[in-house]
Design a protein around this ligand. Structure first.
Ligand code: SF4
Length: 289
């Protein structure tokens, strides 16, 4: 859940999820639709699907997680980061799950841009300094927490930091400090909504846009060539999703027909599993009726 999503957003979802599925066994028996409904609003629904698939696979091996990186990475949606975290948390292996927090800590201590650091090599060369013989799971968690609580993205708590003497970022106050702030990528998109007199909107699960793929979206086209006279301009607004800032031109037209692969949805239907991106569009479209 924490992938691309902040802790404060995740917490209520996580608690609700654990109340519904307190054990891996209970999750392994769940239906995808129920899991996705619980996930609604968190975005990146592929995470929920993969979590469910992985749990069902684990059920087949009696919930015993393999203890090699290669084997763990065979589970759906499990990449290097998750595999390393699981190896450390479950098997206490000396591996470091390199997330945004860990990258920032190293980047600040070395006062070098994250993109210029080979983290795998760095960890391997310093393995004996980073890990202790036991409780490697605590080391991994400590790194993450240190980045979240002390070496924060904005205004790091340098005066309370136990490694400040060795930190090049802190000791370089007279020199130029690297700019750690990530820039949002701007993307302009045109969204075309088919609507009908019954207050319905045409949405598809087969959109070819990378983000929110496989979820219900209206027609999205990058090219304004698609625009013809019968599309009405509704509004222009910005919406941030992950590291992208979308500048959205929203158009609509009344139509009895919708393209193949589209279905009609009531614009005020609150029960469908609809991503936040589409919800914002529905709330704007609702105003035209
Ligand atoms: S001294 Fe400041 S910048 Fe350096 S590691 Fe500590 S909190 Fe981060």
């Amino acid at each position: 859940m924490l992938q691309q999503t902040q802790v404060k957003t995740v917490l209520p979802y996580f608690e609700k999820f654990l109340r519904r599925y307190p054990t891996l066994k209970s999750l392994s028996q769940a239906k995808e639709r129920t899991v996705l409904k619980l996930w609604e609003g968190l975005g990146y629904y592929r995470r929920a699907k993969n979590l469910l698939k992985s749990t069902k696979q684990l059920a087949k091996i009696n919930f015993k997680l393999p203890n090699s990186l290669k084997e763990i990475k065979k589970f759906p949606g499990v990449g290097n980061y998750t595999a390393n975290a699981l190896l450390a948390f479950i098997h206490d292996k000396p591996t470091l799950a390199v997330d945004g927090n860990v990258k920032r800590v190293f980047s600040r201590i070395l006062n070098t841009k994250e993109t210029q650091i080979d983290f795998e090599k760095l960890i391997k060369t310093n393995e004996s300094k980073i890990f202790i013989k036991k409780r490697n799971s605590d080391v991994v968690e400590a790194f993450m927490e240190f980045g979240a609580i002390i070496c924060k993205p904005k205004k790091p708590e340098c005066n309370n930091c136990t490694v400040k003497k060795k930190c090049n970022y802190f000791n370089n106050s007279k020199h130029k400090k690297i700019n750690l702030k990530k820039k949002l990528k701007n993307k302009k998109i045109n969204v075309f909504c088919y609507v009908n007199k019954k207050k319905q909107i045409g949405l598809t699960k087969n959109s070819n846009v990378g983000f929110l793929k496989t979820f219900v979206l209206p027609q999205i086209k990058n090219r304004r060539k698609y625009l013809s006279k019968d599309w009405n301009f509704l509004l222009n607004y910005n919406q941030n999703i992950s590291n992208k800032r979308f500048n959205i031109n929203l158009y609509y037209k009344f139509s009895k027909k919708i393209p193949r692969d589209f279905k009609w949805y009531n614009v005020n239907n609150k029960n469908e599993m609809i991503p936040t991106f589409t919800k914002k569009i529905l709330s704007e479209i609702e105003k035209i009726f």
